[in-house]
Ligand binder design. Sequence first.
Ligand code: SIN
Length: 331
Amino acid sequence: MTKNRILLVTLMVAVTFVASATVAMAGPIVIKFSHVVAENTPKGQMANKFKELVDQRLAGKVEVEVFPNSQLFGDNKVLEAMLLGDVQLAAPSLSKFNKYTKSLQIFDLPFLFKNMDAVEKFQQGPVGQKLLMAPKSKGIIGLGYLHNGLKQLSASDPLRVPADAKHKKFRIMSSDVLAAQFEAIDAMPLKKPFSEVFTLLQTKAIDGQENSWSNIYSKKFFEVQPYITESNHGVLDYLVVTSLEFWMDLDEGLRTEIKKALDEAILFGNNIAGQKATDDRQKIIDSKRSEVIELTDAERQLWVDAMKPVWKQFEDEIGKDYIEAAVQSNN
Ligand code: SIN
């Protein structure tokens, strides 16, 4: 071998060594999963299940870190953080995508779905599947829907008919549809992060809020709200999202494995959501801290009549055909 050839071979060996050392040093891909709820909720349990599956199947290649209870990011910051690469997975409520797409507002329309079966049917149907990609032009993509459940109204005074809510302050998620829903009953909506709700209620800075049974129970809202009206007036579900950039940068095989684990975790979360709502509702009743008000058909109809005009207000932004498809899912 000539001197030059020896030098070239040595150089190639050195480059290969440095490259493999760099890969080894780079370590596993870290997926930070940030959410705002407690661990004993459908979302908390789904996130933990996802971590468990990835730990079992992709050890050394992918590492999942779960941050519950707004520990890493609150719901007003998490999507910005995702676009900056500071968090890779999140599952914000469908009501929190206002800045990224108007189409997802459909899920906030009051009294659109008669039950969670209808929600599931719509989400898995053609329009629901199309909506997964609604925020794509802003760099965010949906990987699946996760259920929590139907929303109830909690308050410091009993709410039986819409007039009982007049001039009362309600915390809402960052959704214009939800603002319009409360304005339709002459109440005052205030957009506030989830992490602030308990204190706002406790200090009586607001009079009430709307949420699912599991959130009302796990965040102890029922301890500072003497009345909960079982209104089932809307849905609180989630879009499990990642950034388009992170997702497309993954090696294809790994992406398939991660998606498989995520689908299984979502199915797990969706399977427990219904039972969790029933159990948490019962725990609240048993606590005797809060009275659960069941509406008569006539009382419920008054809420429907007062809130449903909101549909028309948002028909152009959301799309009439999408709303019709959602209505069809009730059949
Ligand atoms: C959540 O369930 O993620 C939070 C819902 C809310 O902000 O009320």
